[in-house]
Design a protein around this ligand. Sequence first.
Ligand SMILES: [Zn+2]
Length: 341
Amino acid sequence: MSLSVKYLLDFIPKAGEFLEVVDGVYLLRMPLPMQLDHINLWLLRDHNDWVLVDTGLFFPESVAVWKKLAQDLIAPGQLKRIVVTHFHPDHVGMAGWLADTWGAELIMTRDEWLQGRLRQLDVTPETQSSEVDFFVKAGLFKRDDPQNQTYASRYQEQTSAIPRVFRRIESGDTIDINGEDWEVITGGGHSPEHACLYSNKRDILISGDQLLPRITSIISVFGAEPDSNPLSVYYASLKNLRQLPEDTIVLPAHGLPFERLRERVDYILAHHDERLELLINNLESGKRAVDLLGTLFDRELDFFQSTFATGETIAHLNYLIHQGQVMREENEKGEWVYTRT
Ligand SMILES: [Zn+2]
């Protein structure tokens, strides 16, 4: 190993800078124009070439950083493969631009590629209105409120055109990088078929958003699949990752690399269990999802944060419905009302 994780804590690269974290594995911090102000990309040496894991959001600062890297680090033709963990815009956003610039091949799971392509192409008013309808049922939006029109997906503007041709990876596949096998470990809950990469030889996990230090991954229900149970899928995925060796070094998409993977998994499981408990305790009488935001989130939420928080609250409620602990009815306004069974 080039660096211990402890050593790394003192040397966080700034946005746009890179640092070799372990032999042949570079952390590249990319800026994000939001509260979560960075994403970690991982650049892996592959003989004389590079393999990139995740790409950054498609916006002018990312483009500027990548243009500089093209001068300083990655010569024309040297970026041959781009692995994208999942379809979220901060991960896949620059993939099309990078594939065009370097002629690199895009590698993704099929569900993530499909979801990304779908989000770029499906921008009809009807799609928007089904998302709005979901938030009306949650009690967050009022039916026929003109304000609802301002709720629009920004996916298209935050992503360059995702390549039409890609290489599919599935759970259990291995990707050879620099003579080292990286196993593909897929999981759901945060996104449909998120890919992590694991080197058995060195016990390194590139975890994407599936396992993060400090912040927890967003586990949310969306209007397209209002009855889904992503929290249950996420639990299964975390328990799967928990089987990796305890001394695994985790290289996450946000925050700093960390060790003690099982401790972190256990903390996240307990965190969600606690939220389920909080909800159950507040559902003696019927409540809408919007009435429960204050129970789960103790901070001020702006408009967009409220939509995310609502999706997360419904993820926990749907989990409880699937467990038979909560039931959902509809009130006269067509809003969902949840009660303890
Ligand atoms: Zn994500």
